[in-house]
Design a protein around this ligand. Structure first.
Ligand code: GDP
Ligand code: IMO
Ligand code: MG
Length: 427
């Protein structure tokens, strides 16, 4: 096995952190390939509970090389804060590397993310305000500054000076806000550069060497497929691709290397931020799932919108990622419910369809068609064998497998590393 990608297949927060931490045990390398510190990946393992934003979830195994790939937008202030907090907790970071090609999130990106959101008023996307949209826009517009640039101060100052003039014109003339200081940003980012320098590398070479020597490489997705700029509920989504295909581009190897794609799905759905969500439950059941599952954002603390498992959206995600297997997480959150619903079709403008529409406006008009399944109403968090799950829980998982035409290789029944049912060796 050379490369396995674990990717979010709903609207983010599917439990990727838990799955990656667990799979990392048998990996040699873990690579983040997209997103930025809009991600919040929770890991619960014998070392404690961690909410990682940029550092790959393989960091807890000293023998696993961890890479923040070129496809990640890195806010160096956030990364250093995260590194300090991990160091304080005794986690070794000597095996953490950052691609010299990773674009940096600059102070004007976070500032503009906030100003743009404010200016959208009622049409706001509900971004995490971490500067993600502005940073990835600049990358594509060829206006970015990359991690490697911090290592050449003269060139960095010249580029920053030129870019900041342009950004300050937008900040002052479009938004009527105060301009940012060149000297301030330059000094601060030079300090960040100095601290990060020992970790900044040509990481494509490291990955190539790992693959050459038969190492097992695990790609850690961020966000979820339904937030993808192409396949998500555009424009209500993020600005880099959470898809398995991006694992190749966001790290620097060819797609033929990816042997397995594990689609991470929650046993229900959640969404944080604005945008259509057909199975959203704005009732007591939704509240119950939110409270039982502590469904509050890892990054922003916002309450997550909760709803039933949407098999129409899930089939679409499975298709655009070509998942070879599923990881179904948080099955235990449904333990107390007497009956469950699964959306198997949408009623759109009087017609029933099982197609996930491209248009967010059309998706907002979709009414879910539900199939009802019995609940199991018994705790399952201590179960480690699929056959020992209550019959109703097995039936629920089997129905997802059937609707997605894909095997559930992993079933997670609790937040801790060991609270997992593994039905097939992945790494
Ligand atoms: P990520 O962004 O995909 O890594 O997911 P988050 O960490 O943002 O949110 C997932 C939440 O679910 C975290 O609090 C995890 O600790 C928790 N979690 C993951 N898997 C399970 C599970 O199977 N059962 C329970 N109860 N919690 C889980
Ligand atoms: P993880 O990796 C859930 C959502 C935001 C917003 C939209 C755009 O933890 O699953 P952005 O700041 O990216 O411009 O916000 O995307 N979003 C996430 N939702 N989990 C995430 O990451 C998310 N990252 C971004 O809430 O709706
Ligand atoms: Mg998260």
């Amino acid at each position: 096995m050379s490369v396995v990608a674990a990717v979010g297949c709903q609207w983010g927060d599917e439990g990727k952190g838990k799955i990656v931490d667990m799979l990392a045990e048998k990996s040699d390398m873990v690579v983040r390939f997209s997103g930025g510190d809009n991600a919040g990946h929770t890991v619960v393992n014998p070392l404690g509970t961690f909410a990682l934003k940029l550092v790959p979830c393989g960091i807890f195994y000293p023998q696993v090389t961890c890479i923040i790939g070129n496809g990640v937008a890195v806010n160096p202030a956030v990364l250093l804060e995260e590194m300090d907090s991990l160091l304080q907790r005794g986690i070794d970071l000597s095996h953490l590397y950052i691609s010299d090609r990773a674009n940096l999130i600059m102070p004007y990106h976070t500032f503009l993310d906030g100003l743009e959101e404010e200016s959208r008023g009622g049409k706001a996307i509900g971004t995490t305000r971490k500067g993600i949209g502005p940073a990835f826009s600049d990358k594509i517009a060829r206006l970015g500054i990359r991690a490697g640039d911090l290592l050449d101060r003269e060139m960095f100052r010249e580029r920053l000076s030129h870019l900041l003039e342009h950004k300050n014109a937008i900040i002052t003339k479009v938004f009527g806000a105060e301009p940012l200081s060149l000297d301030g940003i330059f000094k601060q980012y030079c300090e960040y550069g100095e601290r990060l320098a020992p970790h900044i590398r040509e990481t494509t070479l490291m990955i190539a060497e790992a693959l050459e020597s038969g190492s097992k490489v695990l790609m850690e997705g961020a966000q979820g497929t339904l937030l993808d700029p192409d396949f998500g509920t555009y424009p209500f989504g993020t600005s880099s691709s959470p898809l398995a295909g991006e694992a190749s581009i966001g790290a620097g190897f060819g797609p033929t290397r990816i042997e397995r794609v594990i689609g991470v799905f929650k046993a229900f759905c959640s969404r944080v931020g604005a945008g259509p969500f057909p199975t959203e439950l704005e009732d007591e059941t939704g509240d119950l799932i939110r409270e039982r599952g502590h469904e509050y954002g890892t990054v922003t603390g916002r309450p997550r919108r909760c709803g039933w498992f949407d098999a129409v959206a899930a089939r679409f995600s499975q298709r655009v990622n070509s998942c070879t297997g599923l990881a179904i997480t948080r099955l235990d959150i449904l333990d107390t419910l007497p009956g469950l619903k699964m959306c198997t079709g949408y009623e759109l403008d009087g017609q029933v369809t099982d197609n996930f529409p491209a248009s967010a406006a059309a998706l907002a008009r979709c009414r879910p068609v539900y199939e009802e399944l019995p609940g199991w109403q018994t705790p399952i968090s201590d179960i480690r064998q699929f056959e020992q799950l209550p019959r109703e829980a097995q039936q629920y998982v089997n129905r997802i497998e059937e609707l997605l035409s894909c095997p559930a290789d992993i079933i997670s029944v609790g937040s801790a590393r060991e609270q997992t049912i593994v039905r097939r060796d992945i790494m």
